[in-house]
Design a protein around this ligand. Structure first.
Ligand SMILES: Cc1cc2nc3c(=O)[nH]c(=O)nc-3n(C[C@H](O)[C@H](O)[C@H](O)COP(=O)(O)OP(=O)(O)OC[C@H]3O[C@@H](n4cnc5c(N)ncnc54)[C@H](O)[C@@H]3O)c2cc1C
Length: 412
């Protein structure tokens, strides 16, 4: 039997798991059917959103959803052909947003985020990634005092969780981000929010660190992960097999069929997101800026200015609708007068999302040697190091640093 631990998927989550398993002295092999970090981890907004503890499944989203759905290119879309498939997930999402469950998810998310910040700091230092990280915070913007007032319950919840922030107006707002449209009358600055210079380059640097520590990678599509005696067998689409001591399924939005073959029906869907990356210098952006009422952010990267977000519950197969990228860019040009919108590259990414806004991290039903680590939705980059640490604890039988039970894959 091989003494390796196999990790299906070389996105940011699989890479962070590999790094943490190596810290414990394990040999690891990533198995990736495409390029390293070319899934959702390639083109996301690059935020370590440690202060973002409010679950998406919330009473607030349910209030906003009808208005958002009216706009075909707005922040939330459900292509009609996809409605029957997504309906069970939506029902679970609605249940997760009921007050008791919402409060529970927020508490759990708060603990996971504190662990995520600590784990990321350690991983960044040990893997030599400090040059990729920027500590310039996030500025959320409001078009009216009423919009700010409507967000207050969320800020109070963050205050209770010990998260620092500052509501700003006038000169302070202009100092944090000069050149904003006057339609924005107020903002909230969260200094504890960090960003990476570019999420793809960050993931590649982590991959290099894993390879330097003796990691291996196999190219191919895993079609089944099966218990086999004291170990695990992975079957690839080309007919070959790989043997491992343990396996972790970290295939992002594509993980569901592998779990299903192991007897776990996990309600994983994808929230498709879109963006446009403009050339560097398209705007003098001081930090990531969030237009919460419009469901998108603008991020300064070393590789350009990225404008994007939105949620399209459109499954894995529907062709991309890049009119969504264009719609957000048009709005961004109005919100940041002078933004140069030419020369951009459009992108679609598949967020791996569970209905209660929490990831699935834990052992499969079929074998204590096969683990799941997927479903991080909007927060996979932020929570990657924490997930790696938790998986390493579970794989070695150590008591994890935080209670893993809220992330149990069989909780649904
Ligand atoms: C527009 C947008 C903005 C975002 N912004 C942020 C942000 O600012 N901060 C943040 O924290 N998160 C953000 N996210 C979310 C984040 O990108 C994801 O949560 C994260 O990248 C998920 O990482 P992953 O490794 O699980 O999945 P992925 O990066 O998708 O990686 C999964 C990998 O597994 C491989 N794979 C799948 N199945 C198989 C198989 N059977 N065999 C072999 N290989 C397989 C795939 O090819 C892929 O490379 C954003 C997402 C989008 C779409």
């Amino acid at each position: 039997m091989s003494d390796e631990i196999a990790i299906v998927g070389a996105g940011i989550v699989g890479l962070a798991i590999a790094f943490h398993l190596q810290r414990d002295g394990n040999r690891v092999r990533l198995i990736e059917r495409g390029g390293v970090a070319e899934g959702a981890s390639f083109g996301n907004a690059g935020a370590f959103a440690f202060t973002d503890i409010l679950p998406l499944a919330s009473p607030g989203i349910l209030r906003k959803a009808p208005k958002w759905l009216m706009d075909p290119l707005g922040p939330l879309a459900i292509p009609p052909a996809c409605l029957p498939n997504i309906a069970p997930w939506l029902l679970r999402f609605w249940r997760a947003s009921l007050p008791d469950r919402y409060r529970h998810s927020m508490e759990v998310q708060g603990r996971l985020m504190a662990y995520a910040a600590d784990s990321m700091t350690t991983m960044v230092a040990e893997a030599g990634l400090a040059d990729h990280v920027r500590s310039n915070g996030n500025l959320e913007l409001y078009e009216s005092e009423a919009e700010l007032a409507a967000s207050m319950a969320g800020w109070q919840a963050r205050e209770r969780a010990g998260i620092g922030f500052e509501h700003v107006r006038g000169a302070r707002l202009a100092e944090l981000q000069p050149g904003l449209s006057p339609r924005f009358v107020a903002g909230t600055f969260t200094p504890g929010w960090k960003s990476v210079a570019d999420p793809y380059l960050f993931a590649l640097a982590l991959f290099d660190a894993v390879m330097q520590r003796g990691g291996a990678i196999a190219r191919g599509e895993v079609v089944a992960v099966e218990p086999a005696g004291e170990g695990v067998t992975l079957r690839l689409a080309d007919g070959t097999t790989l043997a491992a001591r343990q396996a972790v399924i970290a295939g992002g939005a594509w993980s569901r069929p592998l779990a299903k073959r192991l007897g776990d029906a996990i309600p994983l869907e994808t929230e498709r997101g879109y963006n446009t990356t403009l050339p560097p210098g398209a705007f003098d952006l001081k930090r990531q800026v969030t237009f919460g009422g419009h469901g998108f952010v603008v991020t300064p990267l070393s590789t350009g200015i990225r404008v994007g977000g939105a949620v399209e519950l459109g499954g894995l197969k529907l062709p991309p609708n890049f009119a969504r990228s264009a719609a957000m860019l048009t709005k961004a040009a109005a919100f940041l007068p002078g933004l140069r919108t030419d020369g951009g590259k459009q992108w679609i990414g598949f967020r791996p999302s569970l209905p209660d806004s929490l990831p699935a991290i834990g052992a499969s039903r079929a074998s204590p040697r096969i683990f799941y680590a997927f479903g991080h939705g909007h927060l996979g980059l932020t929570q990657s190091a924490a997930t790696g640490r938790l998986v390493a604890d579970l794989a070695t039988g150590r008591t994890p640093g935080i209670d893993p039970s809220p992330f149990r894959p069989d909780r649904f």
